[in-house]
Write a protein that binds this ligand. Structure first.
Ligand SMILES: C[S@@+](CC[C@H](N)C(=O)[O-])C[C@H]1O[C@@H](n2cnc3c(N)ncnc32)[C@H](O)[C@@H]1O
Length: 280
């Protein structure tokens, strides 16, 4: 007999369907069939934290008790995948440094304004990678930098805001020279110095909700996230991002996010080894 079977969290087909619709309508995330065990395990953790007896009871509460923002947040948070690292995939950040950012900066040499948005920043490694490039390679002291980083997951954002990472996290992608120059060691952890943390404003935003901006952006990063959404949701997010971008701007997706130019109001442009999307 397998001792683990008694502790295996369970979810039946009806509950899985209800939770799938709930997560998709609140966060756009599509739970595919075959992910039942994963969903049950995540929900089981929420139940334990909330003192709810079972996934069945949780579903009953969601159906009958009306809106509960705190529970909603915990359920969505339990379904997000926050995997990230500094300078993820390498070459997109090299191409940003050597080609894209110099071009955007040239476009704005008169107004000296630069607007950047990392749309699903998780625990912050993506926007900090950009902040480090800006600080190390560009002279922007007199510039107005509007650098936002958002995510649906408040817990991930809290960590991002603190800018504290353990040695394992720092070893994933962070060049030692940058670590020593821009981070302060605190015991076994490293924290970004205020000069780096103060460059970025971390805010909650749901890609399928309303967005807290009135300005437009020159560079938008939406990486390793659309993979969790249905095709029609991906396209509607990309079309909405278009309305938040300056003409001449650059949208950076991840290599797995491939769109036909007829589907979205962007044209593809290969820059170095990377593909960027330019608003039409
Ligand atoms: C795998 S991480 C990617 C992090 C980073 N962009 C990177 O490429 O390393 C995906 C992030 O998307 C966020 N996310 C998922 N659904 C979201 C939504 N509807 N709105 C905003 N962020 C969302 C998750 O919370 C998670 O932090």
């Amino acid at each position: 007999m397998n001792n683990q079977s008694a502790a295996t969290p369970e979810i039946n087909a009806f509950e899985f369907e209800f939770i799938s619709e709930y997560v998709e309508s609140h966060a756009g995330i599509a739970l595919e069939k075959g992910k039942e065990y994963l969903a049950a395990r995540n929900l089981h953790n929420v139940c334990r934290e909330e003192g709810i007896g079972s996934v069945k009871e949780l579903v009953w509460r969601l159906k009958n008790n009306g809106n509960n923002p705190d529970l909603n947040r915990k359920i969505i948070q339990s379904m997000t995948i926050n995997e990230t690292l500094f300078f993820r995939d390498g070459h997109p950040f090299d191409d940003l440094k050597t080609r894209v950012l110099p071009q955007i900066i040239e476009q704005h040499k008169n107004d000296k304004k630069l607007s950047i948005w990392s749309c699903s920043c998780s625990t912050g490694q993506e926007p900090y990678s950009i902040a480090l490039i800006l600080r190390q390679y560009f002279q922007l002291n007199e510039w107005e930098l509007n650098f936002n980083a958002t995510d649906i997951d408040d817990a991930a954002l809290e960590k991002a805001r603190e800018g504290i990472y353990n040695t394992m996290e720092v070893s994933r992608g962070m060049p030692e020279a940058m670590r020593d120059r821009y981070m302060k060691k605190e015991g076994l952890k490293y924290q970004f110095k205020p000069e780096i943390r103060s460059m970025i404003q971390f805010k909650t935003a749901n890609l399928v909700g309303s967005w807290p901006f009135t300005t437009k952006f020159d560079l938008v990063l939406l990486r390793n996230t659309l993979i969790y959404f249905k095709p029609e949701t991906k396209i509607s997010i990309i079309k909405k991002i278009h309305r938040f971008m300056n003409k001449g701007g650059y949208l950076m997706l991840s290599a797995a996010d491939i769109f036909r130019e007829t589907e979205i109001p962007f044209r593809q442009e290969t820059v170095g080894k990377s593909v960027f999307y330019r608003p039409l």
